[in-house]
Design a protein around this ligand. Structure first.
Ligand code: 3PG
Length: 203
């Protein structure tokens, strides 16, 4: 699967922080049941790699790793079963490693220089991060002027309510957000319900 195919699986990519690996499967099942298939598990907790491995067993889930900061973490995430890699920013080292491994890669960009570095590496799909505080929808609109061919997944400050403004932009294929999986013991019914609503957003 290409990164573009993954971005087009659903209008929202849940950004997931798992504290307890035992929560991983029920959370992934609830999201998939609600119609969200690309799942970003952030490498921010000791349970993250095990969570990726557990979620990867859920039918229909395409599980990726987020908050990947360097080549070593990229390799750990891939070993755990991550099928795509998301990073908050773009370094040449991480970009080259992702390209070399042929793993779908969505690096964070926040300005024109970041995008130009990505294009230099041969990348064309980016996470606009942190979206709301990097100028919001007007900033993204301005950036897509000179970069008419890139495809984007804004993340950071996106909610069910403001997602439509972002998804209305032509180059935005999906948005990312953590609202779908609140902290703590997962409420599977509530997660499925939020996922249904998110999956019904129009990209
Ligand atoms: C991320 O890592 O992409 C962000 O923490 C998600 O941002 P949000 O919590 O504002 O959705």
């Amino acid at each position: 699967m290409s990164i573009e195919t993954i971005m087009r699986l659903a209008p929202v990519v849940p950004v997931i922080v798992i504290e307890d690996a035992a929560h991983a499967r029920p959370v992934a099942e609830a999201l998939v049941a609600g119609g969200l298939f690309a799942l970003e598990v952030t490498l921010r907790t000791p349970a993250a790699l095990e969570a990726i491995a557990e979620m990867a067993k859920v039918e229909g889930a395409v599980v990726g790793a987020g908050t990947v900061l360097n080549e070593a973490q990229l390799d750990q995430a891939m070993e755990a079963g991550a099928r795509f890699i998301v990073s908050p920013g773009l370094t040449d080292g991480l970009g080259r490693a992702a390209i070399e491994r042929k793993v779908p890669f969505l690096p964070g960009v926040a300005n024109a220089g970041d995008i130009m570095r990505g294009l230099d590496l041969g990348l064309g799909h980016f996470k606009f991060f942190p979206a709301a505080t990097s100028g919001g929808v007007p900033a993204l609109k301005a950036l897509t002027g000179p970069f008419a061919d890139i495809k984007l997944c804004p993340t950071g400050g996106i909610t069910q309510d403001n997602a439509p403004e972002w998804l209305a932009l032509k180059q935005v294929l999906c948005v990312g957000g953590s609202w779908l999986v609140p902290k703590g013991q997962p409420d599977v019914a509530a997660i499925t319900d939020m996922a249904h609503k998110a999956a019904a957003l129009v990209a």
